[in-house]
Design a binder for this molecule. Structure first.
Ligand code: NAI
Ligand code: MG
Length: 493
């Protein structure tokens, strides 16, 4: 097999290590590609290239936004032209159903289009000022931050790359990028597109490798001006610590344990379906998964029964066959989920459905888990407190609105939340009380390039997408202009 290479300063290069990594399809455990496996030296070479491109030639940063936009529009067109290949790549690499991967690719193209448009819109502001130093004009302008390092996870391989690359490039930054070593293939294709559309050398650099050897170097480097990361809280913390060295700007998206509050007056079948989308979409490997169902006691039995009935009917299999639910990314992640399921049983939660690995119909070599629901969960249980990142739902009940809100907020996370009720005033009242960055009312999971995405509390720092997402990748420069050039007579002499 061809070894997939790093892309540094406009050239495809093998790592200096000579090492490689097998890329595995989680649907059957087979090797589908081989990548070069980089180390600190490769990471530093990429950072150097980005630094020279930004502070040296400065071609990308100096280019007017409307001209950068042309590149981004072209990238969006190329993503659409290669949509089938990109979707199949993510399906094979990540294990997700093809139709989910197709949705990701469409969103990826839309995200580049969005930021291409946004960068041409008015930015900054003009201030009407007076401070006694004579007539002045004050305004502010937005500039790129500089060298941005970006690290992504494996759950939305292409889309997470695009959420970071599109705004960073639109703003005029130069980027060093490390995709997850568990699913790097669609990002490699994206960089082939960057090469094809002729992004200036060094403006976007790709380093393939693992976290400790490449990602940590990005986080520590004094030559990196900003680091953005999506992934686990543990790694997010280590990045924040490493970033303190040169006080680089930090953006973190760290997942959560998002509540789905369902009131008795909800649209019953609708709420059941959204609860399923909330936890079984992408096999629950979603930062914003609605992993805690908090349901009004009066409909609990009926709701959980219906949920289990439908969860048991979910089709499971290789992504290319377009099942309802695909595989878990790696054997290790699968075993981690299974150990959470074991702890749920140990701690006395009631297993309503699933609860085991799925090996039927040729799935025995893949990493599949049955849709799992635990009823009678207590707030102190590990399965209620920790992010499982798999198709495992916990159920807790409430009697009053206040109780529902208290249970929902009983978490150190704050990424997202859902409220299902036909009472509009109550939906808004409860939504407002939930400490989270993203709220869904009578739905769960839809995401848009236009709207800011990110968490409160331990779910992270900063926002991706939307206008906020662009501003994260920008510095703000205040500019003050004296409207008269003569002396102002400040000193006595
Ligand atoms: P991880 O956070 O270790 O990996 C995510 C990315 O960070 C990968 O590109 C990895 O190579 C990189 N990385 C790892 N260690 C690093 C370090 N010391 N410095 C810099 N970069 C580093 O997540 P992992 O191990 O793949 O999954 C573990 C758990 O993380 C999951 O079970 C889930 O709970 C959570 N997670 C959350 C995601 C989210 O969307 N918020 C996405 C993926 C995982
Ligand atoms: Mg893979």
């Amino acid at each position: 097999m061809d070894i997939k290479k790093n892309y540094i300063n406009g050239e495809w290069k093998l790592s200096v290590t000579g090492r490689t990594r097998d890329i595995i399809c989680p649907s059957n455990g087979e090797v589908i590609a081989v990548t070069t496996e980089s180390n600190e030296e490769d990471a530093k070479a990429a950072i150097k290239a980005a630094k020279e491109a930004f502070y040296g030639t400065g071609e990308w940063r100096r280019m007017p936004g409307v001209d950068r936009a042309e590149y981004l529009f072209e990238i969006a067109r190329e993503i659409k032209a290669n949509a089938d290949e990109l979707a199949r790549t993510d399906t094979l690499d990540n294990g997700k159903p093809l139709r989910e991967a197709e949705g990701d690719v469409a969103d990826a193209a839309a995200c580049f289009t969005y930021y291409a448009g946004l960068i041409t819109k008015p930015q900054g502001g003009v201030y009407d000022v007076n401070n006694g130093f004579g007539p002045m004009h004050s305004y502010c302008m937005h500039e790129p931050v500089g060298v941005c390092a970006q690290i992504t996870p494996w759950n939305y391989p292409l889309l997470m790359s695009v959420w970071k690359l599109a705004p960073a490039l639109a703003a005029g930054n130069c980027v060093v990028f490390k995709p997850s070593e568990n699913a790097p293939l669609s990002t490699i294709k994206l960089f082939e597109i960057f090469e094809k559309v002729g992004l200036p050398k060094g403006s976007a650099n790709l380093v393939l490798g693992n976290g400790p050897e490449v990602g940590a170097v990005f986080a520590e480097s004094d030559d990196v001006d900003m680091i953005t990361f999506t992934g686990s809280t543990k790694t997010g913390r280590s990045i924040a610590r490493a970033a303190a060295g040169n006080l680089k700007k930090v953006g973190l998206e760290l997942g959560g344990k998002s509540p789905n509050i369902v009131f008795a007056d909800c649209d019953f079948e609708g709420a059941v379906e959204w609860a399923m989308i909330g936890i079984f979409f992408n096999a629950g490997q979603v930062c914003s998964a609605g992993s805690r169902l908090i349901i009004e006691e009066s409909i609990r039995d009926k709701f959980v029964k219906r949920l289990a009935e439908r969860a048991n009917a979910i089709t499971i299999g290789p992504g290319l066959e377009n099942p309802d639910m695909g595989a878990i990314i790696t054997e290790a992640q699968m075993n981690k989920i299974l150990s959470y399921i074991e702890s749920g049983k140990q701690e006395g939660a009631t297993l309503v459905c699933g609860g085991e690995r799925y090996t039927e119909g040729g799935c025995e070599k893949g990493f599949f888990i049955r849709p799992t629901v635990f009823d009678n969960c207590r707030p102190d249980m590990k399965i209620v407190r920790e992010e499982i990142f798999g198709p495992v739902l916990t159920v807790q009940t409430f009697k009053t609105e206040e109780e529902a809100i208290a249970i929902a907020n009983d978490t150190p996370y704050g990424l997202a939340g859902t409220v299902c009720t036909k009472d509009g005033a109550r939906a808004l009242r409860v939504m407002k009380e939930i400490r989270a960055g993203i709220m869904w009312i009578n739905c769960c999971q839809p995401t848009f390039s236009e709207a800011p995405w990110g968490g409160y509390r331990m779910s992270g720092i900063g926002r991706e997408l939307g206008v906020h997402g662009l501003e994260e990748y920008q510095e703000v420069k205040q500019v003050n202009i004296a409207l008269e050039t003569g002396p102002i007579g400040w000193f006595a002499n």
